[in-house]
Design a protein. Structure first.
Length: 164
């Protein structure tokens, strides 16, 4: 390791050296660089040669283990699909049941609204004012007291007859 004074003497100043043998050494001159010259692209000096390869005469050799590996992969995929289906079946069933329940509720609301409309229509048709109007149009009159026959609750086979 260099001593401290030697270390400072060697690195003093930028561009010149104060050592005694510094005058004997030639100073390296940097060539002037053209400011408009582009730097070289990376791997610009590499040449790739593409050789034409004809593999038309080659015959692929059968691999007996590849067929078994394919069937094992297909079997594993089927087992995985079956497991996923069985895992998601309750969720899908619940979702479908929810859709069906909501459709039934909508149908119930529709039928209740339709029933209310029919009840209103029946009330309008059976209103006393409308019935009186229809009776007058068809020349219907209220029966007199002698025309009314009251049935007794006797079940002796007697039939009520209109008396004139």
């Amino acid at each position: 390791m260099a001593t401290m004074p030697t270390f400072f003497r060697r690195t003093v100043g930028a561009g010149y050296d104060v050592r005694p043998d510094a005058a004997a050494r030639p100073v390296r001159v940097q060539p002037e660089r053209d400011p408009f010259q582009l730097r070289a692209l990376p791997n610009d000096d590499i040449f790739f040669y593409c050789k034409k390869i004809d593999n038309s005469r080659l015959v692929r050799e059968a691999d007996p283990q590849a067929r078994g590996a394919c069937w094992r992969a297909i079997g594993a995929a089927c087992v995985l699909v079956a497991m996923l289906t069985s895992a998601f079946f309750p969720t899908v069933g619940t979702t479908l049941a929810g859709y069906r329940l909501e459709a039934l509720r909508a149908e119930e609301r529709h039928l209740l609204a339709e029933g209310r409309g029919l009840d209103l229509q029946e009330a309008e048709l059976l209103s006393p004012a409308r019935l009186d109007k229809l009776a007058r149009e068809n020349n219907l009159v209220t029966p007199s007291s002698g025309q009314v026959v009251h049935l007794d609750g006797n079940s002796d086979g007697a039939v009520a007859m209109v008396q004139e």
